[in-house]
Design a protein around this ligand. Structure first.
Ligand code: NDP
Ligand code: PYC
Length: 339
């Protein structure tokens, strides 16, 4: 169904379109499936900045030649509680999928385990990876640097990436508690969507190239984005640089954008993932203690506040029932990739 504002599609139709576009642009089949799963999940869950729009970003990255189209991830075990996947210059999604079984096995064996993904190209939201871990009953954390687009609190020159952090907590009778957000005031993708729609951005998202506050998305994209929560977001952004950069032998956001050299690819570097098995600390009492978290969640929702992810779970239920609606301009741009 189409109208002037949007194009309605089923999730299966969106997945087919994603596969066709990625095939046309030469991505290897295993990557096509992993990338498509992530992009469809983003659109399904109402995350416009990391849904179907990311197909444009992926194709742009493929055109830059900065991603290896047929990279075969290589899984290694550097230590009893550590797993590593060398993504070989490919997109991160397949590397994560290949490393997941070992990460889960190690978390169960040791109570805690970490996974480093190295040499990947990262364009995606993190919560699908967090959900893959909470589905296994594990508590999860993930982060990744990006390109240096974000100024530190008190500065005006980009040094951090938009550096998302994501956390998940499994729940027995409800979908997991998950949050997943950029440590910048907002994901860069959100500013790109405002630019595409010709809309001003809110104050506080960024400054122009002269360091002056701006609500013009193009000026901020060329200037610097700001961290959320001032010095607190700034410190968290630095933590992400350190954990998923030097700690795992991979690039910082400044190094990533230098390597990109103006080509305009998605960020290049690493991702750090932590998985904790509650049984490690708690043994047979794990389920009882995990259940105590429900009082915390009720204490939040009982006063009219909502849990992170609730909007996303509602969007998921709607999309699975009714499909999704892509903005007309996005649909047209995606169709043009098939021409
Ligand atoms: P938001 O600022 O929209 O924050 C998203 C998180 O906050 C979600 O967990 C969301 O839950 C929760 N949230 C939002 N509003 C509320 C509220 N009122 N009450 C409770 N919780 C709330 O997202 P960002 O723009 O920061 O990031 C969007 C995506 O971009 C993320 O998925 C992130 O992983 C991705 N990203 C990826 C990067 C990369 O390098 N790969 C870089 C930067 C971002 P809900 O979804 O239910 O609204
Ligand atoms: O939206 O900031 C962003 C982003 C960077 C890499 C992937 N998404």
């Amino acid at each position: 169904m189409t109208d002037t504002d949007g194009v309605k599609m089923s999730l299966d139709a969106l997945a087919d379109m994603s596969r066709t576009i990625l095939t046309r642009h030469g991505l290897a089949p295993a990557h096509i499936e992993a990338v498509t799963r992530t992009i469809v999940a983003g659109e399904r869950d109402g995350c416009a900045s990391h849904g179907a729009y990311r197909l444009l970003v992926c194709i742009n990255t493929l055109k830059t030649g900065k991603v290896v189209r047929d990279a075969e991830p290589r899984v290694a075990e550097p230590a009893p509680a550590l797993a590593r996947v060398d993504a070989g210059g490919g997109f991160a999604q397949l590397a994560f999928e290949r490393g997941l079984p070992l990460l889960v096995q190690k978390a169960r064996a040791n109570g805690i385990a970490a996974l480093a993904i190295n040499h990947c190209v990262h364009f995606a939201a993190l919560w699908p990876e967090i959900e893959a871990l909470t589905e296994q009953g594990l508590v999860a954390f993930a982060c990744t640097p990006s390109h240096a687009w974000v100024a530190p609190a008190g500065g005006t020159r980009p040094i951090f990436g938009t550096n998302p952090i994501a956390f998940g907590w499994p729940r027995a009778d409800s979908p997991p508690f998950i949050f997943d957000f950029a440590t910048s005031a907002v994901a860069r993708g959100e500013i790109e969507l405002h630019r595409r729609a010709g809309k001003a951005i809110p104050e506080g998202w960024g400054v122009d190239a002269d360091g002056h506050p701006s609500t013009d998305p193009q000026a901020v994209l060329q200037g610097a984005m700001l961290t959320f929560g001032g010095h607190k977001g700034s410190a968290l952004a630095a933590m992400v640089e350190l954990l998923a950069g030097p700690l795992i032998g991979d690039l910082t956001s400044a190094e990533s954008i230098a390597l990109d050299a103006g080509a305009g690819s998605s960020p290049i570097g690493g991702e750090f993932v932590l998985a904790i098995d509650p049984a490690g600390f708690l043994g047979a009492e794990a389920a009882a203690h995990i259940a105590r978290a429900e009082a915390l969640f009720t204490g939040i929702t009982d006063q009219g506040a909502r849990l992170p992810s609730q909007r996303r779970y509602d969007a998921r239920a709607r999309s699975m029932r009714d499909g999704v609606v892509l903005p007309r301009a996005l649909y047209d741009d995606l169709q043009a990739l098939l021409a």
